[in-house]
Design a protein around this ligand. Structure first.
Ligand code: HEC
Length: 120
């Protein structure tokens, strides 16, 4: 009788553990938090600093017309959601080319993780 209880308890424990483990995994999976900042920095230097400047200060390039490169250190960038910034990186903006043909999802995630370290 006692052994059955222990067995049942450990089954419940196992199932709960699996359940919570899965939830934690699913929550941890998407976007910036999971990106690799160091790799993102390398990619950023290669692809983005030409316009956004070496520190992302928006001082890399001045266009003759249209919007200037965003200042990635500004609080307005910090307030935007990962989804918004992800979309900008993938689909571009006026004066910013889309990167979805050149960067994989994973690379974009790494870059976004790096961009998140710039915004104060
Ligand atoms: C050819 C120049 C150019 C390059 C290269 C470029 N950007 Fe941009 N980016 C811009 C301009 C211009 C804007 C502002 C667009 C606007 O205000 O509508 C901008 C805006 C942004 C924004 C702000 C988006 C928002 O929602 O406000 C982010 C984030 C960004 N760029 C990230 C990147 C990243 C990451 C890369 C490298 C993969 C990159 N950019 C490469 C020109 C560029």
């Amino acid at each position: 009788m006692k052994r059955r209880w222990i067995l049942r308890l450990s089954t419940v424990g196992l199932v709960t553990g699996l359940l919570f483990g899965t939830v934690a995994f699913v929550q941890a999976e998407p976007k910036a938090q999971s990106g690799d900042v160091a790799r993102g920095k390398t990619l950023f230097v290669r692809h983005c600093t030409g316009c956004h400047g070496p520190e992302g200060g928006g001082d890399g390039y001045k266009f003759h017309s249209g919007p200037d490169p965003a200042k990635l250190t500004s609080p307005s960038i910090r307030k935007k959601s990962d989804d918004d910034l992800f979309q900008t990186i993938h689909e571009g903006k006026p004066n910013m080319p889309p990167w979805n043909t050149r960067l994989s999802q994973e690379e974009s995630r790494d870059i976004l993780a790096y961009v998140r370290t710039l915004a104060k």
